[in-house]
Design a protein around this ligand. Sequence first.
Ligand code: FMN
Ligand code: FE2
Ligand code: FE2
Length: 401
Amino acid sequence: MHTTQQLSQGLFWVGGNDRRIALFENMFPLSNGVSYNSYLLADERIAVLDTVDSSILRTFLENIDAARNGRPVDYLVIHHMEPDHCAGIVELSRRFPHITLVGNAKTFQFIRQFYPGIELPTLLEVKDGDTLSLGRRTLTFITAPMVHWPEVMFSYEESEGILFSADAFGSFGALSGNLFADQVDFDEVYLNEARRYYSNIVGKYGQQVRLALEKVKDKEVSLLCPLHGPVWRKDIGRFIDLYKTWSAYEPEQNGVLLAYGSMYGNTEKAAEIVAARLSDRGITGLRMYDVSKTHVSYLIADIFRFSHLVFAAPTYNNGLYPAMEMLFHDMAALHVQNRKVALIGNGSWAPASAKVMEERLSAMRDMTLIASPVVLKSSVNDEAQKALLALADQIADSLLK
Ligand SMILES: Cc1cc2nc3c(=O)[nH]c(=O)nc-3n(C[C@H](O)[C@H](O)[C@H](O)COP(=O)(O)O)c2cc1C
Ligand SMILES: [Fe+2]
Ligand SMILES: [Fe+2]
C-alpha cells in the first residue's frame, strides 16, 4: 500500500503527513500537522532525496517500495540532518547494502553523532558545486550553510530545473493529497503557516538565506521541492520574492500588529483604545493578540509580516510581564529588525515595563520608536486616554504618509 505520487518523469513524492503531531520541535503548535517530503528520482540509477520523521517511517518505506519498482536504491542524498528527515537513513542502509549516502563532511559528522556505533554504508562526500550523475539526469550540490543548520545543502537538477531546497521554502500544514501549491488555495491554506515556519525556524538566518538565494538566482527553477508543505511548479517567483522580503527583514505589508499582556484588563483596554482610533483613522487589517493566549510563534509570524508594531505590557516584579518578555526574547533571537514601534507600559507603584521594552528594542537593529511610550498608572484615566489617542494618531500618520 502506498501514497506515492509522480511529480514528473521519474520523480516521485514518497513522503507522508503527520496530523497527530501537536507541537513541531515539541514547541510550535500545529493545527493541521505537517508533511515530511521525500523524493525518489529514478533514472539509470535511483536516488532518494532525504528521508522522513520516525512518525511516518512505515508509510515512507511503503512509498519507496512502490516508486522503486523492484529496483534497488543506489543513492540517498542527505540535504539536512535534522531528525525530522533522518528516520529512514539506517533502515534504507540496511535494506540496500550497496546504497551510497551522499552528504558533506558535516552531514557525516552529524550521522555519527545521532546514530553512534552504526555501521555506515559507502559514503560519498561532496562539496559545493560537485555533481552526481544518475544517467540522464545529474544533480549539482549547492551548500546552504546555516539555512538553518550548518550541513544544509540544496540539489539542482539541470535538465528540468528541479531545485530540492531542504527546509527552505517549507511550510507547516499537512498536504491534502494535492501536492502542488497551485492545486490548492495556497494563500488561504498555507501562506500564514509558511510565514510562521520561515520566521520561527529559519528567521534568525536571513543573511544565510540571502546568500543561498544568491547562489541559485541564475538557475532556471521549474520545480521547487522543499522538505515540508507544497511543491511548487507555478508562480515560483512569487514565493522566492517572499523569501527575499522575509530574509531581508523587510515588512511584507504596511499594517499594524498590536500585542498586549494584561492581568486585570487595564493594559488590554489601552491597546483596544489605540486599535479603535487606528480603525477610525481608516487603518484596516489590524491584528491584535493577547501574548498570554496566543503562542509566540504566531506573533513572530505577524511581526515578520507587518510594518508597524504596538506592544503594551504591565510591569511585573520591577520588570516586564513575563509573556511579553518571552516575545521580546524571541524577537531579538530571531534578529527581528527594521520596524516602526509604539509602546504602552503600565504599573501601579513603579512602572518599568515601557523602559524595559525600550531597552530591548534599542539592542535590536533599526527598530524605530514612533513616539515616546505611553505609561499608565494602573488604569486608563482621562489624561492617559488622550495620550493613547495621540499615540494612535502618530501611528496612523506614520502608516499613511
Ligand atoms: C506579581 C505582580 C508583580 C507586579 N510588579 C509590579 C512592579 O514591580 N511595579 C509596578 O509598578 N507594578 C507592579 N505590578 C502591578 C501591575 O503592573 C499593575 O497593577 C498594572 O496596572 C496591571 O495592569 P493590567 O490591569 O493590564 O493587568 C505587579 C503586579 C503583580 C500581580
Ligand atoms: Fe530543519
Ligand atoms: Fe525540517
